[in-house]
Every structure is written in C-alpha cells, then in structure tokens.
Design a protein around this ligand. Sequence first.
Ligand code: GLY
Ligand code: MN
Ligand code: MN
Length: 358
Amino acid sequence: MNERLDALRTGIRDRGLDAMLITSPDNRRYLTGFTGSAGAALVTAAEALLIVDSRYTEQAAAQAGHCTVVPQDRDLPTTLAGRVGELEIGRLGFEAEHVSVHNHDRWSRAVQAPEWVPVTGLVEDIRIVKDDGELESIRRAARIADEAFAEILPTVRAGRSEEEIALDLEFCARRLGAEGLSFPLIVASGERSALPHGRASERRIREGDLVTFDYGVVYGGYCSDATRTVAVGEPEPEARRVYETVLAAQRAALDAVRAGPTGFAVDAVAREIIGDAGYGEYFGHGLGHGLGLAVHEAPKLSYKDADEPLRAGMVVTVEPGIYLPGRFGVRIEDLVIVEEGGAEVLTTPTKELVVNRP
Ligand code: GLY
Ligand code: MN
Ligand code: MN
C-alpha cells in the first residue's frame, strides 16, 4: 500500500498540487485497503488521512493501518475544512470523473480556502499495471468463474430459460467461493444473442439457438470477465461461419497481445479479419478493456482512444463479436495478463463451438 501512496505522491507533485482528495470507492480501496462504502482519503506529501463516519471507524482502523483514521464530524466538508487549514493545503486535487457537480458545488462552497483542481486518471494510471497480489486474485476469480461455467454447461438445453441458467451459474460461482458477480450475467439466446449486452431474460432456449454467456465473478475485490457462445442443437450454416470468423479474429488478436503494441494495433488485427469476412459493420464495440477492481478500467483495446502501448502486468480482455440484428450473435472473450513476449490466458473453456445435442 505504501508504494501505491508513493506513486500517488509523485503524481500530486507532478501536477503542482498540495493534496489529493480520493472519493471513488475503487481508488479509495486501492490506496488504503479500506473496503467500506463511504469515506474519503486526503493524501499530502507527508500525510494520508482516511476520513470515515461512525459506521466505519473501527473497520478503517483495522484495514488501513498505514493511514491516519479521522472520524468525520458533522459531514465531510466540515471535517475537510479543519484539515485543509491545519495542513496548509493551497491546491487540492479532486477526482473529476467521480465527484458529482452537486458535491463539487457543496464541498467547494464549504471549504473555500484551497483551489479545487479537477484531476482525471491519476490513480487509474497507477492501477493499470497489477502487482502479484492483484494478479493472484484475478486468476482465482477467473478460475472460479470457469469452474462454475463448466458445471452448468451440460444443463444448457432447449426449454430452459436464460434466467434459470443464470441463477444456476451464479449459485455455483458463489458456492465455489466468489464474493459476487462482476456484472449482471449475460445469457442471450437465439435472436437475443445479437444483443451484445443482453442480460438473462425469461426467454426459453430453442433447438438451433446460439447462446452467449458473458460471465465474471469477484474474488478478493477483483473481477473476472469471460464470454463463450455455445449452440443448442445444430445452428444454421451462417452461424457456424460467423463463429469461425470470430474465433479466427479472437485467436489472431490474442497472438498479438504482448508488451509493446498499442491497444489500437491489437484491435486492428481482429477488426481486419472480421472486415475481410464481410462482417465489419456488425462488430461495433472495441476489442477489449482493462480489468481489476472494476470490470472496465484502463487500458482500452479499441479503434479509438487506445494509443497507449500495452505493458507487462496489465490485465485485458480480448473479445471480438459479430451481431446480426434479429438473427443471432457470437462473441468470444478471453481474459489475459500481458507479458513481455506474449500473454498468460486465464480463461480455460474450449473455444471450439460446443453443440449441446438433445
Ligand atoms: N461483460 C462486459 C464486457 O465483456 O465488457
Ligand atoms: Mn464480458
Ligand atoms: Mn469484457
């Protein structure tokens, strides 16, 4: 945790700030270890204060030993006003992407002494490369998710509803040690598989359907994320063609993942294969994203805003898809750790098309 605070302090100095106020739950947890749902960290060159209300003083003291726990007075701005004066903070950075306009107005009116400076991406840029402990949690989350998926896969049959199967998958994952889900499970069958984020519904699976499962669990606070598309009975010929196209694109992009290329370059590998097959307009989203405490975080693998070279220790998804509206869709998603010369793939289920026959 202290290295994380040191990295933050470098950022504070580089931006000409005296302090940074951290209120986003993931960033607060990352820097302090505190997992409660409310509180603020105030970090200066010499101090790391964790301001929490009475619900959390004991928990904060137990989890954030390297911080000074400050019980909140009446409310956050009141407490902040006192500390900002004591610590002689002139320029106070705040997380512009996480503080609402309402809170910014309220806080800056109540605490007028410092200049409030909007800051973006500071802690997110530190989080982008994972340490060994984080990687272990993500590996474990991925393993639990895959074991749960393997357990429910044989039960994916015509007549069962997406919701029933999603519930089984969640129950299995929790039984295997997951703390929860990374996001509401996506189980999208038949024409619903053309919805890239089709949450499990009451729809019942029919013979010939493709079914897309996008599933992820949380372990130790860290997320996993994986997608497999399977068939129930023999799918139509074009569905097989689309599947093979997505698979070829996914494998080629996965081969391109290593430290060095930008997220844009890796995205382009998959996009070219899908484009050459004539399905370019049906692959609307980016190829992948970083993942950690949040299921979507930096970096991006995409045709836009992805100029950053990949670095060893980043954790990213590789998830091309083709979606034919009203007909069917296919996505295949692996979760990988970027290494110097390649990638460690954490997702284990087969990528050959699984067909559950009656
Ligand atoms: N499950 C959301 C995603 O794959 O990005
Ligand atoms: Mn996913
Ligand atoms: Mn994903």
